[in-house]
Design a protein around this ligand. Structure first.
Ligand code: G16
Length: 541
């Protein structure tokens, strides 16, 4: 074991989900080591502990895994359970932490951000419950990164991560496991695999775009091997270090190949995509796109049809910028609905306390208390199970849902890579004007209230402030603005637009048209295009 002197790096503050930076930044001498040692220091060391380790297969992942193994060995960890090839999807890592009663885990991923030497890398610490570290822990990690003076590393050759089995690094056991099987077994416990096999047997067709990222092996095992979907159902199924040049973010902009196929004449019955680390999902029917907020609401309304949720949901939770579609379902079901800040980490306490069993976010994240991360393939299987149980396609299910609950038209507009100073100035200016917006009329919409979202965790009482600006208009429409906490280049402004239409008329408009007045009012109030010089958003979901 060698102790290496080091000095702090600026900017090792974890964001919405771990530390994400350009890969080259992570590859600088000591950068990864500092962050890992700071993490170990912040959690009271790893002596005698068991950790889970894996990632989404992106460039630098296996090198980083070797560094972390040697650092864990030098710090006295008892055992590290690693996915073969250093692969683990984020939900599979969460599952392993829970199933193996590990003390925590390290996930190597920048999620939906592109990968490769010129793209992004990331490291995230998860707790013993399998969920992302809460703010109290990420703040402690950040504090340790600022005062670090040394790190410890075990001097040894690299561990063979390609073969399943156990080996040793000093006294520490390195256990290489199949990254897929435990996760696939869990899915088999939750869902009605017999009904799903029947669905595919009767000729149901599906396209699953794994975007050259980690869900490929999981989707092939579950959909094609265990459920009998036709070979070739899963495309881009081999995880590649640069995701084959794809931007593995399952939204209409980046999963455009799937969009084109699903909107085309020979579209399959069902389409889905997932992201770099397998926790996000997008679902589509033939000719129909399901917005993530609507997906959450449909899943909530139909969860009782799925064996794992036959007893009903304990409660639901959504991030604040997510539409209120699920709130209407919760009211109808008579269960609680919680509104949290953006970030899956805020759902953990609610799930651990048994208050909610279903959570979701507008950012293509849906999941339940089967793990403590959002889970892309789980959401896909939820939809398949609901389709099988109802004997209806996506379009019919969605139409009936809107007829029953009304429709929350919803869209997110992203302005990417803005100069940080410009974005901050724009939002600071908005903060200063918030109080005076009330009662003003903009493009025919009257501002009913405007505030900045703050959250008090109902379980542990912790408070999170400055979690996004909300402008609520009379009649129930709203716009939310916040800066992304997951980007690595400049600032990404997210503008979340929502309008509720109760029906029965007006349920089939184009969302961008239905939201037109709110888009125009937002421009009048905030002046995004005027201030940034941008003609429009880079991404529309
Ligand atoms: C992460 C978080 C999510 C969050 C999303 C977007 O997802 O886990 O909870 O909604 O980022 O965050 P932001 O708007 O700050 O970019 P992922 O899939 O990147 O881990």
């Amino acid at each position: 074991m060698t102790t290496h002197p080091t000095t702090p790096f600026d900017g090792q503050k974890p964001g919405t989900s771990g530390l994400r930076k350009k890969t080259a930044v992570f590859m600088q001498p000591n950068f990864l080591e500092n962050f890992v040692q700071a993490t170990f220091n912040a959690i009271g060391g790893v002596r005698g502990k068991t950790l889970v380790l894996g990632g989404d297969g992106r460039y630098f992942g296996t090198d980083a895994a070797q560094v972390i193994l040697k650092m864990a060995a030098a710090s006295g960890a008892a055992r590290v359970i690693v996915g073969q090839g250093a692969w683990l999807s984020t939900p599979a890592a969460s599952n392993l932490i829970r199933k193996r009663s590990a003390d925590g885990g390290i996930i190597l991923s920048a999620s939906h951000n592109p990968g490769g030497p010129n793209e992004d890398f990331g490291v995230k610490y998860n707790m013993a419950n399998g969920g992302p570290a809460p703010e109290s822990v990420t703040e402690a990690i950040f504090a340790r990164t600022k005062e670090i003076t040394e790190y410890a590393k075990f001097d040894a050759p690299d561990v063979n991560l390609t073969a399943i089995g156990e080996s040793h690094l000093g006294a520490m056991v390195v256990e290489v496991v199949d990254p897929v099987s435990a996760y696939a077994d869990m899915m088999e416990e939750i869902f009605d695999f017999k009904a799903l096999r029947g669905l595919f047997h009767e000729g149901f067709t599906m396209r699953m775009d794994s975007m050259c990222a980690i869900t490929g092996p999981y989707a092939v095992e579950i959909l094609e091997k265990r459920l009998g979907a036709a070979k070739g159902t899963v495309v881009h199924e081999t995880p590649l270090p640069d995701f084959g040049g794809m931007h593995p973010d399952p939204n209409p902009t980046w999963a455009h190949e799937l969009m084109v196929e699903m909107m085309g004449a020979s579209a399959p019955d069902f389409g889905a995509a997932s992201d770099g680390d397998g926790d996000r999902n997008m679902v589509l029917g033939r000719g129909v796109y399901v917005s993530p907020s609507d997906s959450l609401a449909v899943i909530a309304a139909n969860a009782h049809l799925v064996p794992g949720y036959a007893q009903g949901l304990k409660g639901v939770a959504r991030s604040m910028p997510t539409s209120a579609a699920v709130d209407r379902v919760a009211t109808a079901l008579g269960i609680d609905c919680y509104e949290t800040p953006t970030g899956w980490k805020f759902f953990g306490n609610l799930m651990d306390a048994g208050r909610v069993s279903l959570c979701g976010e507008e950012s293509f994240g849906t999941g339940s208390d089967h793990v403590r991360e959002k889970d892309g393939l789980w959401a896909v299987l939820m939809w398949l199970n609901i389709i099988a149980a109802r004997g209806q396609g996506v379009a019919e299910i969605l139409a009936e849902h809107f007829e029953r609950f009304g429709r929350n038209y919803y869209s997110r507009h992203d302005y990417e890579a803005l100069p940080v100073d410009q974005a901050n100035a724009m939002l600071n200016d908005l903060r200063d004007r918030l109080a005076s917006l009330k009662g003003t009329q903009n493009h025919g919409l009257i501002v009913e209230n405007a505030d900045e979202f703050a959250y008090t965790d109902p379980v542990d009482g912790s408070i999170s402030v400055q979690q996004g600006f909300r402008i609520l208009f009379e009649g129930g429409s709203r716009v939310v603005l916040r800066l992304s906490g997951t980007g690595t280049e400049g600032a990404t402004l997210r503008v979340y637009l929502e309008r509720y239409v109760p029906g029965p008329a007006g349920l089939n408009e184009d969302p961008q048209e239905a939201l037109g007045p709110i888009i125009r009012a937002t421009e009048e109030i905030v002046g995004i295009r005027a201030r940034t010089g941008r003609a429009g958003p880079d991404v529309i979901t």
